[in-house]
Design a protein around this ligand. Structure first.
Ligand SMILES: *Cc1c(COP(=O)(O)O)cnc(C)c1O
Length: 379
């Protein structure tokens, strides 16, 4: 037997209370028993998104929420400004292009955050930009982009919206939607929301709802107007993912009980311990300047292939971590610490890393990583 650990940036482990809730018999989505579930979930989502507006739930992975955001707000030939600093930034660009939206791409070196002043410069030079699209946390590189700064530039422009992929940001660090003036916030079920994959969530500001009125891009399942109308009647346009929503109810009450501030503080503590432990082992971070608290991307030590580190984690220790993508393949590995993640998940990740580095013949001070992690985690 080998005990399995999921320490990848999605899907993340699911708490047993949510697993049990999802194992109960299916309720009909139009039956009276489901109405209070939908209502409670809607309230919980507003708390999580920090918004007064309704939050749309879609039966899709997170990308469906991204695609729907483009299809429901923009129009053919519109111009969008996209921050491309990793695979998920590329996804925004590609979705826009697939729908005939012209993109101005800010190509950011993978591992760095976008420079907010460059966003501002583009907005000043191109007053016809309809939307700015970026990741709050670029999971491909472990970078956190300066969402608040960019929101400040966008919110003073009447005809431009800010669309944020917060799939590894929401529920990890503070992203107060209404307070900062974020227009569209997208997340998915299988990251900080600690659920199996299969749900996407989208919240819209009043400005975004207004922009939807003029959008002429094709849409059918991902029709936000239809969903908002349904939510107003405490319903959904189509058959919702009933079991996942029953699990979500459990998760949202867990988050509420912990309190958002404590949720953010827990992620900060785990992220900080991971980063410092890795550094104590003599390794370097891919994104030292703007690290996301969702995950830590680590450069493989000189002369080692990150792929063999990921492989040893999985095959020898039953731990799933993520490798690098595209040109970072073989160069980095990514340790996640989001969602249903706590002190001993970090201890597991770091102690296994020490065993792996030793096996690969890497020169490092034995115990330095785990000692640093224990010191910071016990504070
Ligand atoms: C996981 C993730 C997505 C969505 O991926 P899906 O596989 O469609 O759920 C999008 N953006 C970011 C930043 C992510 O981490």
């Amino acid at each position: 037997m080998k005990k399995k650990y999921l320490l990848a940036p999605g899907p993340t482990p699911v708490p047993s209370s949510a697993l049990l809730a999802m194992a109960t018999p299916i309720v009909h989505h139009r039956a009276p028993e489901f109405a209070p579930v939908l209502k409670e979930v809607q309230e919980g989502l507003k708390y999580l998104f920090q918004t007064k507006n309704d939050v749309i739930m879609l039966a899709s992975s997170g990308t469906g929420g991204m695609e729907g955001s483009v299809a429901n707000l923009l129009s053919k030939g519109d111009k969008a400004l996209v921050v491309v600093g990793g695979k998920f930034g590329e996804r925004w660009r590609d979705i826009c292009n697939a729908y005939g939206v012209e993109t101005i791409n800010i190509d950011v070196t993978w591992g760095e955050a976008v420079d907010g002043s460059i966003v501002k410069k583009h907005l000043d030079e191109n007053p016809d930009i309809k939307a700015v699209l970026l990741q709050a946390s670029e999971t491909c590189t472990g970078v956190m982009h300066p969402v608040k700064e960019i929101a400040d530039y966008v919110k003073e422009r009447e005809n431009t919206v800010l669309i944020v992929d917060a799939i590894t940001g929401l529920g990890v660090f503070n992203l107060p939607m209404d307070d900062w003036g974020l227009d569209v916030v997208v997340t998915g079920s299988q990251k900080a929301l600690m659920l199996p994959p299969g749900l996407a969530f989208v919240a819209l500001s009043d400005k975004a709802i207004k922009m939807m009125e003029t959008s002429d891009l094709p849409k059918y399942y991902f029709n936000f107007k239809k969903e908002l109308k349904a939510i107003a009647k405490n319903s959904t346009a189509y058959t919702p993912a009933v079991s996942l929503i029953v699990g979500l109810k459990d998760i949202l009450s867990m988050l509420r009980e912990e309190g958002l501030e404590n949720v953010f503080a827990r992620h900060e503590k785990l992220a900080n311990a991971t980063r410092e432990a890795v550094k104590a082992l003599g390794l370097t971070l891919l994104a030292p300047n703007a690290p996301s608290n969702a995950l830590t991307a680590v450069n493989a030590p000189e002369g080692t292939d990150a792929g063999s580190i990921v492989k040893l984690y999985r095959e020898k220790y039953g731990i799933t971590v993520a490798g690098g993508q595209d040109h970072l393949k073989g160069k980095i590995f990514r340790l996640a610490h989001l969602g249903y993640s706590d002190t001993f998940d970090v201890v597991i990740a770091i102690s296994a890393l020490e065993m792996i580095l030793a096996e690969l013949g890497v020169d490092f001070e034995k115990g330095a990583g785990i000692n640093k992690a224990m010191e910071l985690l016990s504070k």
